[in-house]
Design a protein around this ligand. Structure first.
Ligand code: HEC
Ligand code: HEC
Ligand code: HEC
Ligand code: HEC
Length: 218
């Protein structure tokens, strides 16, 4: 019994130290229960603080009990060092870039299931009982949509170990004291730098430490 207790305590301690629980959903921009969200289409109010993203039953992704559909896998363009960007159609450069289906299945897809402005955050019932979808405000998104060529690369496999790059951080990056993470196939995505829960208490939900220097050796 004592042995088990020690193991349990050690497990709890390691889990606590590995996660930074700093961004309270309540009262944040991601709290859809308290005030709801007025976007393009109207005001959507969530039925609880967690349920707009998570589901207890009939989940869409088992981890993290995700209740939302992935955005559809069409029209994605990401940074490739040129203005035109890289179309994620899965036909070229598959060693360096994820396919659109891979991208929308990662953490990036979770964020973009609202932040693309094309996937409804939620719906409300109007006076006639018709379900009206509410989307992210275009004024907030700026030019995003699915054209992500003018922001930091996402959907790009990180060339860890090459000159100018750190060693693979798949096993965590204790060296820089950061909790930066990779997405599918060791790629960079929204949840590389951001995390809904393991992040700073500020609205930017940024992961801890020297984020940029977890991948770039500059
Ligand atoms: C706006 C969307 C959103 C809302 C609202 C939300 N979460 Fe999450 N949650 C996420 C995302 C994205 C992840 C994936 C891991 C991450 O980004 O930190 C996650 C992961 C989790 C995890 C597993 C991993 C971890 O970091 O602990 C738990 C547990 C969790 N959420 C609980 C909750 C609870 C409880 C609530 C309500 C207070 C809530 N979440 C509200 C988006 C959300
Ligand atoms: C359920 C829909 C939803 C999901 C999923 C979601 N967001 Fe948001 N997010 C919003 C809304 C709505 C806002 C407020 C936009 C506005 O002000 O018009 C917002 C705001 C933000 C802000 C700015 C907060 C501030 O205080 O200025 C950041 C940063 C952000 N989201 C990042 C993310 C990241 C990263 C993910 C994925 C881990 C994510 N969001 C997932 C709906 C979502
Ligand atoms: C390379 C790291 C990195 C990646 C990848 C990344 N972000 Fe960010 N993001 C940041 C930083 C750093 C800020 C804070 C910028 C500032 O305060 O000037 C930020 C700010 C934001 C904001 C706040 C609005 C604003 O303009 O200040 C939103 C929303 C956001 N990110 C969403 C996303 C989404 C969605 C993705 C994926 C498509 C993503 N980010 C990918 C690092 C990143
Ligand atoms: C998870 C790994 C990762 C993190 C964290 C990360 N980057 Fe990157 N970054 C990449 C990848 C992958 C590329 C694309 C590289 C390529 O194609 O040569 C890139 C490209 C860049 C470029 C363009 C370089 C060029 O060749 O023109 C800049 C600038 C940059 N990142 C800055 C940043 C900054 C600033 C941060 C912190 C806010 C950051 N990165 C965080 C992986 C990362």
């Amino acid at each position: 019994m004592i042995g088990l207790g020690v193991v349990a305590a050690a497990l709890i301690a390691s889990r606590v130290s590995a996660s930074i629980v700093g961004y309270p959903i309540s009262g944040s921009k991601h709290d859809f229960k308290t005030t709801g969200y007025t976007g393009d289409g109207g005001t959507f109010v969530g039925h609880n603080k967690c349920g707009t993203c998570h589901a207890a039953h009939k989940v869409k992704k088992v981890s993290p009990l995700w209740g939302r559909d992935n955005p559809t896998a069409t029209g994605w363009i990401v940074w490739n060092g040129q203005d035109a960007g890289q179309a994620l159609d899965g036909t070229e450069n598959t060693a360096e870039f994820l396919s659109a289906a891979e991208l929308t299945g990662t953490g990036t897809g979770m964020c973009m299931s609202c932040h693309d402005g094309q996937t409804a955050i939620g719906t409300y019932k109007d006076a006639t009982g018709t379900s009206v979808p509410v989307y992210m405000r275009a004024a907030y998104r700026g030019t995003w949509g699915r054209a992500l060529a003018d922001m930091h690369p996402v959907g790009h496999v990180v060339p860890f170990g090459a000159p100018g790059w750190k060693a693979d951080l798949a096993a965590g990056n204790a060296a820089s004291g950061s909790n930066v993470a990779t997405e599918a196939r060791g790629s960079v995505g929204c949840t590389s730098c951001h995390s809904m829960h393991s992040s700073s208490p500020s609205g930017k939900i940024l992961r801890a430490g020297e984020r940029c220097l977890s991948c770039h050796d500059k």
